[in-house]
Ligand binder design. Sequence first.
Ligand code: 13P
Length: 249
Amino acid sequence: MRRRLVAGNWKMHKTPSEALVWFQALLEKLPPTGAEPALLVPFTHLPYAAQTLKQRVAYGAQDVSAHTEGAYTGEVSARMLADLGCRYTIVGHSERRSYHGETDALVAEKAQRLLEVGIVPILCVGEPLAVRQVGGHLEYTLGQLERSLAGVSLPSPAHLVVAYEPVWAIGTGQTATPEDAEAMHRAIRGWLGERYGEAFAEEVRILYGGSIKPENAGALFRAPNVDGGLVGGASLMLEDYLRLLSALE
Ligand code: 13P
């Protein structure tokens, strides 16, 4: 059984002090849940996450350096994140791919750095609108997945989370239908099965991301291969985040 996951990607929102207040309020209101809550926050917020969230809510960063250590001004290493107790970290988000020119090869290096220190990469893939419009989305997304995992050694299926985030659905209010999400997730699991074996693929969690809201989450989360969500905007509001968690029950 795959433990379902609601991962909030805060992107570049809230100050550390605002985050601290939010974390404390979350802990007060967090219901007992079988699903796993997680928050991917800016680097600056991580010490507060480490202090407050501890074992109850998983947390991590939104990016990591491909280097282990050294003269790389402005970069943050996987070992630094591990030291702060990060369980997950996003790699290959489409915003990093498009605004920072990150290639699949770089994403693979970053995933490998995380795995070396025991952090689970949440590996983002997904097609832009023009590709979807000509029906090339499966080929595009599976190609991205293959190249982003090239040379990456996964100790177990628990060490990988894949997030399918169609670029046209991110921050647009235009969500993939549960049928479209399920078709892609099934294809991703199929590819993982060919590459790592079926038993392995059955245990990898595949999240959907792109304009998830409490109103549409229930239908998306009912799709059999959708194991939860990577949520942007709706994860910034505590009430919405809690409603998303209960939509996974
Ligand atoms: P939104 O939920 O705001 O569309 O963002 C999705 C996303 O990019 C999560 O990583």
